[in-house]
Design a protein around this ligand. Structure first.
Ligand SMILES: [Zn+2]
Length: 405
């Protein structure tokens, strides 16, 4: 019909073209809403969600779920791309980002762990090129710096190299922030080290979210850090020694502190089922956040690889040091955590996605995403649940399809 009109006159042509342009920018998705399983129609206009309407019960029932895109605030690399690689390129970051879209992640914070000052500065200046990149920039709102101001104690420092762990110094952080174009959004620090409290105060003043992690802080030190502005605990239950005092350890004060949200790695290996259930019960749905904490090996074929001059074994779920049979790092994308936390706690799909999208958006103050509601950026995933696992069928970023199975 439009083609017919187009031959009629120039005036009609103009009208028709504007109509076509609008069609291109407006899209409708019919699916089951993740939070209640009911069929909805989500209208996308430009890069935003413009309308969410319940579908009539006699409408053809859609076969897929729709949810807000997943948000991973702790991830070290993906698909063999290590965000800390000193030779990292923008193309490498694009490769990792595209692979994450396949897993339903529409927003993430590339995360750097403890390293020397020069390397961190270099890494942030490379990573900062991604921020304004037309293709992947919308997925990268900033960065997470995990360290270097953490506990040097064995067990608590985890895989962080002791020789690079140091005391907080505001000048150094300011220098890194400059290299990162002011986009270090989240920093993990230990509350008990010298200078932690004023450092946390400075971060809060500058709008940097402070998370407590890789530490052996006692109840008083944790309380002081929270008073100073810390609002989060990094991968609670990990970055902690195997042997701790049953009364006085860093876990109870963080679990019992209502002002702290927690991130957890629910890959089924970093925490057991009972730990996940207990943390979830203590913190509740609103203060539990899922992270992958994935290493760069995540997404690759299982097998042996060399990392940190050692042989590591990538299984479909996790990275191990095969000689000692101990964990070397996480390898499961955040959607695995969604399936696991439902299994471990009995929470609903809606609750699990809240912990992997809405909550991380809130803690980072990314008010334009993390929900399926009018005015939010159209970051969405369409997925099915097969054998208890999420299978991503389509990923939409700012209204554009960036992955389709
Ligand atoms: Zn860690």
């Amino acid at each position: 019909m439009r083609a017919k009109k187009m031959v009629l006159s120039g005036l009609v042509l103009l009208v028709v073209f504007s109509g076509v342009a609008e069609d291109k920018n407006t899209n409708t998705i019919d699916a089951l809403l993740y939070s209640n399983g009911k069929p909805v129609s989500v209208k996308i206009s430009g890069d935003k969600i413009s309308k969410v309407t319940a579908l009539k019960s006699n409408a053809k029932t859609p076969q897929m779920y729709v949810a807000p895109g997943l948000i991973d605030i702790q991830i070290n690399g993906y698909m063999g791309v290590d965000f800390a690689d000193q030779d990292l390129t923008l193309e490498g970051i694009r490769k990792a980002t595209r692979a994450l879209w396949k897993e339903g992640v529409t927003t993430y914070l590339p995360t750097l762990i403890t390293a020397d000052r020069k390397s961190l500065k270099n890494s942030f200046s490379i990573l900062s090129h991604a921020l304004a990149d037309a293709e992947i920039g919308p997925s990268i709102p900033g960065f997470h710096l995990e360290g270097p101001f953490i506990s040097p104690e064995k067990g608590f420092r985890g895989a962080h190299l002791e020789k690079y762990i140091r005391k907080p110094e505001w000048n150094e952080f300011a220098e890194l922030q400059l290299a990162a174009k002011n986009k270090i959004k989240l920093i993990t620090v230990a509350p008990e080290i010298d200078g932690a409290v004023p450092f946390i105060q400075n971060c809060s003043r500058e709008g940097v979210i402070v998370s407590l992690g890789h530490h052996n802080g006692n109840a008083e030190q944790i309380e002081k850090a929270v008073d100073a502005g810390a609002t989060l605990s990094t991968h609670l239950g990990n970055g902690c020694a195997n042997m701790i005092d049953r009364h006085n350890n860093p876990i109870w004060p963080q679990l019992s502190e209502d002002r702290l949200s927690v991130t957890i790695i629910a890959d089924g290996f970093h925490l057991n089922k009972q730990e996940v259930r207990t943390f979830y019960k203590a913190k509740g749905i609103d203060r539990t956040i899922l992270v992958s904490d994935a290493l760069d090996l995540a997404g690759l074929e299982p097998g042996e690889y060399t990392r940190w001059e050692r042989t590591v074994l990538l299984t479909p779920d996790v990275v191990k040091f095969p000689a000692e049979n101990v964990l070397a790092g996480a390898a499961a994308p955040i959607n695995t955590g969604i399936s696991n936390i439902m299994k471990f706690t009995g929470c609903s799909l809606g609750d699990a996605i809240q912990m992997a999208s809405t909550n991380p958006a809130k803690i980072l103050q990314l008010n334009d995403r993390g929900e399926i509601s009018p005015g939010k950026r159209a970051d969405m995933i369409l997925f099915t649940i097969e054998n208890g696992k999420m299978v991503i069928q389509k990923t939409i970023l700012g209204g554009k399809v960036v992955y389709e199975k």
